[in-house]
Write a protein that binds this ligand. Structure first.
Ligand SMILES: [Zn+2]
Ligand SMILES: [Zn+2]
Length: 137
């Protein structure tokens, strides 16, 4: 089951959501994540790393929110950490840099998930509030 957080910006009125988790159709999530890796949607480096481990690699593409600890910019996407099949050992940690200030992003904590800033007007996180919890799958 996946969880969603819905927000209504008190400044500009924009409604936005963030979804986390794996959902029910994990197979589809997995397949589409592989497609994205192969099509270089998330970069050449990720594809190259994946192919380097091709026969022993697996992924756990749950949806996460990456947040910039410096400016609060966030991105809702899958986790592309590469694991070794069987052992679960991390072969390559997936890291994202903030598109705004180039700081290394990290996974948002539950507390941070409740205060994601508005993607339109970037108002301070305390000016927004989650309107509801959504089960997205
Ligand atoms: Zn706003
Ligand atoms: Zn940033």
């Amino acid at each position: 089951m996946g969880e969603g957080y819905g927000f209504q910006c008190t400044n500009c009125g924009k409604y936005y959501e963030a979804n986390v988790g794996r959902g029910m159709d994990y197979e589809r999530l997995y397949e589409s994540a592989l497609l994205d890796i192969r099509s270089e949607k998330y970069g050449k480096k990720l594809k190259a790393a994946y192919e380097q481990y091709e026969n022993k690699v697996t992924i756990d593409p749950e949806l996460v929110v990456y947040i910039c600890p410096k400016c609060g910019n966030w991105k809702n996407q899958r986790d592309f950490t590469l694991y070794e099949q069987g052992s679960g050992k991390i072969l390559r940690k997936y890291e994202r840099k903030c598109g705004k200030c180039n700081e290394k992003m990290r996974k948002a904590s539950t507390k941070e998930l409740m205060k994601l800033s508005c993607p339109k007007c970037h108002c301070a996180p305390d000016a927004v509030f989650p309107t509801n919890l959504i089960m997205w799958d």
